[in-house]
Unconditional design. Structure first.
Length: 208
């Protein structure tokens, strides 16, 4: 990620918390609390060690970021100065990947992702995403990508979510405010003769 992208440091914790909650077992089921991890480098995962969710891993990873339309420059009030900040809308692909080493008929990788998909329709989820300045364009189909691991089948599934996020320049350029303009010369005609001074003439023009 780069500094011109969405503010990941603000968005990331909220997304991790939200998808961790959505992936939990239904209310009343005995399961330990666990947390998803944001996967930047591919080596951080959250795996409960006991209970019905033992061996379940959920990772979140941004795979694509595309600009929508043209970025715009805004000048925002910052006391005596203006801040020049660049804003832009981004279409982001968020990949959710679930792995399950201990599976049964009620708990396997695709079932976790389908649980998330269904719960995304809740109004409180929509409000949580709005609070993060994140919008949902589409939830793409979940794919089963199970594989063999040490003679055992590793239940693995992947699902992409197309999201919108607002990107802003993290290092805004501070510019001064023009408070007055001082006129240092007068108008002349083509022959070099000074033109008459208009009524209410002043050498200094100030902002309203």
């Amino acid at each position: 990620m780069n500094d011109s992208g969405p503010n990941w440091s603000d968005i990331r914790p909220g997304l991790v918390e939200l998808f961790t909650e959505l992936a939990q077992n239904p209310a009343g089921a005995q399961a330990p609390r666990w947390s998803a991890e944001w996967n930047d480098s591919g080596d951080r995962k959250a795996v409960p060690v006991t209970g019905p969710l033992r061996g379940i891993t959920l990772t979140l990873r941004i795979t694509t970021v595309a600009g929508i339309g043209r970025d715009e420059i805004r000048y925002e009030d910052a006391g005596q100065d203006l801040q020049e900040t660049i804003y832009g809308l981004r279409k982001v692909t968020l990949n959710l990947q679930c792995e399950a080493t201990h599976i049964d008929d009620s708990q396997w990788a695709l079932s976790v992702l389908e649980r998330i998909r269904t719960r995304m329709a809740r109004r409180r989820v929509f409000r949580a995403l709005c609070a993060l300045n994140v919008g949902v364009i589409e939830i793409l189909p979940a794919r089963d990508v199970s594989a063999k691991s040490r003679q055992h089948t590793l239940s693995k599934a992947s699902m992409d979510l197309l999201l919108t996020m607002v990107a802003s320049d993290r290092d805004p350029v501070v510019t001064g405010v023009i408070s007055s303009v001082v006129i240092t010369s007068k108008l002349e005609d083509v022959d070099g003769q000074l033109l008459p001074t208009p009524p209410n003439y002043t050498d200094t023009i100030t902002t309203p």
